[in-house]
Design a protein around this ligand. Structure first.
Ligand SMILES: C[S@@+](CC[C@H](N)C(=O)[O-])C[C@H]1O[C@@H](n2cnc3c(N)ncnc32)[C@H](O)[C@@H]1O
Length: 259
């Protein structure tokens, strides 16, 4: 599979995962996907200032998006026995759900130990935290009623495999919810370009002292799947009832799907 299963917006998917029947023009170059250990190393090293860098880079909108997404996900109702957060980070998204009700079981997974330490400090003993790769989930089939993940999809190398894993661990009728950074459309897209191409890599690189990582972040937002492409991939992985909720002109998008 080309580019770890990735293709860029505008390409026409000619088979199950985006190898077009023909290209009138060569496809635009996509950023090389960094090795897993490089991504993990990056999150380990910025964990202690991850929340403050995020707030600065997003002008605190990340908080508003998590809050809005959690409300939307919980409004849909459904069984709320067991919840799983993939790429739990410092626990900010999962915290929103733990505050809403008591779950039979709550689990956060992340491969970065330093992020998990911060999640533990934030969430206390209200949930189980597991250090693992989200591509291969260490859970039995049908273990969770709700799987959530915020701002992590771009770190997934093989989306079809990942969605397959998410579907496997969900109970029948269970829900998956992905909150992602996306590209706005129309006029906001034009205004967003200088932010994405200059501010984000420059300021992110300076604050984190990981310029490469923030260049990758900027490039991956520019080339990552659009929400309709994610929807298509979820549907080919067997999910149904996929719905898309753009926030702030599409700067972030919540995607909900049902097993
Ligand atoms: C951008 S952060 C998002 C954290 C959190 N969900 C939030 O809303 O702030 C992505 C998180 O996913 C984790 N992550 C990325 N790739 C992963 C993988 N393959 N397996 C496990 N965790 C991963 C990173 O360590 C990081 O904590």
């Amino acid at each position: 599979m080309k580019n770890g299963g990735r293709f860029s917006e505008g390409q026409v998917s000619g088979n199950r995962f985006g190898v077009p029947a023909s290209f009138p023009e060569p496809p635009p170059a996509l950023p090389a996907f960094p090795p897993k250990e490089a991504i993990r190393g990056f999150f380990e090293s910025i964990a202690f200032r991850y929340d403050s860098i995020n707030s600065l880079l997003s002008f605190r909108w990340d908080e508003a998006w998590r809050k809005k997404a959690a409300r939307q996900i919980l409004e849909g109702g459904g069984k709320r026995g067991a919840i799983l957060d993939l790429g739990v980070g410092t626990g900010k998204f999962l915290e929103r759900f733990l505050g809403e009700k008591s779950w039979e079981r709550a689990v956060g997974v992340d491969f970065a130990r330093e992020m998990l330490k911060r999640a533990r400090a934030r969430l206390g003993l209200r949930c189980q935290l597991i250090q693992a790769d989200i591509h291969d989930l260490p859970f039995e089939a049908e273990s969770f009623d709700l799987v959530i993940s915020s701002f992590t999809l771009r770190s997934v190398k093989d989306l079809p495999h990942f969605f397959g894993e998410v579907r496997r661990v969900l109970t029948p009728g269970g829900k998956a919810a992905f909150l992602c950074l996306t590209r706005p459309s129309g006029l906001p897209r034009i205004l967003y370009a200088p932010y994405l191409k200059c501010y984000l890599p420059l300021v992110g690189g300076m604050l984190s002292r990981e310029p490469k990582a923030y260049r990758f972040l900027s490039e991956s937002i520019q080339t990552f799947f659009s929400p309709p492409e994610i929807q298509r991939e979820l549907e080919s992985s067997g999910f149904k009832g996929v719905s898309i909720f753009p926030f702030s002109f599409g700067l972030a998008t919540l995607i909900l799907a049902e097993k």
